[in-house]
Design a binder for this molecule. Structure first.
Ligand code: ADP
Ligand code: ADP
Length: 218
């Protein structure tokens, strides 16, 4: 099975660019896979296809439970909503009752150690804190698969290191399957059980590496 599975996936954009060419790739349940490659090699395209935001030209894509949550480089929080209300948005979309939403949002904020800023506005927080709120909001979708497109690329190195620890903890606790895109090899080595290298022209898997990660105890 696999949490995410791509078979012979190709994507040609209108205009002719072949962004992906026959990609075979899988993420096992509970696995953390990093997708690495130079700018323009098709990483974002691949993630968008897995998320169902765009359709492949050829090939098949299966996602466990048919659902994946997507987290981007920009936290894209709603500035007019308080932090807690931002986390409540996916809960509302999932039909969680008004009474339940507040409690669940606070629990999710506690997961990223930000329960005490629930009533602040996003602009009152640091960049790292905003990205942790975005992670809580992504978790609120309650999807087994997490897709991340360079989520920490805009942060300074120290904040990024802290977010790596945070994400690793959340991933272990919630037994998520993660497909994490980055052009930062150091970041991939820090996080991934497996690193998949995508070649530039045309977008193809050229190499896979298994990383023997020293993980914190579960
Ligand atoms: P990466 O995320 O690895 O930088 P992308 O998936 O963004 O790569 O892009 C892969 C290739 O597809 C690039 O040549 C890019 O210019 C092209 N591309 C990406 N999005 C589009 C689009 N919407 N329309 C046309 N070409 C695109
Ligand atoms: P980050 O590592 O997320 O960038 P900072 O280094 O800015 O966070 O802040 C470290 C901690 O200080 C935060 O986790 C938070 O508990 C607290 N903190 C920082 N700024 C604020 C703020 N504006 N309101 C409330 N707490 C804050």
């Amino acid at each position: 099975a696999g949490a995410v599975r791509l078979r012979g996936v190709s994507k040609r954009y209108p205009g002719g660019t072949l962004a992906l060419d026959g990609v075979d790739l899988s993420v096992q349940p509970g696995e953390f896979v990093c997708l690495v490659g130079a700018s323009g090699c098709g990483k974002s395209t691949l993630l968008n296809l897995v998320a169902g935001l765009d359709a492949p030209t050829a090939g098949e894509i299966d996602v466990e439970g048919g659902r994946a949550a997507f987290m981007f480089q920009e936290p894209a929080l709603f500035p007019w909503l308080k932090v807690g209300q931002n986390v409540e948005v996916p809960l509302k979309l999932r039909g969680v009752s008004r009474a339940e939403r507040r409690a669940q949002a606070l629990d999710l904020l506690a997961t990223v150690r930000l329960r005490d800023v629930a009533d602040k506005r996003p602009h009152e927080l640091s960049g790292g804190m905003r990205q942790r709120v975005a992670l809580a909001r992504t978790l609120a979708q309650d999807a087994p698969v997490l897709l991340m497109d360079e989520p920490f690329a805009a942060l300074d190195a120290m904040t990024r290191d802290a977010l790596h620890d945070e994400l690793e903890r959340v991933w272990l606790e919630r037994k998520l399957s993660v497909l994490f895109v980055t052009h930062n090899v150091r970041e991939a080595v820090r996080l991934g059980d497996r690193i998949i290298l995508l070649a530039s022209r045309p977008g193809r898997v050229i190499q896979e590496f298994v990383v023997d990660q020293p993980r914190p105890r579960r």
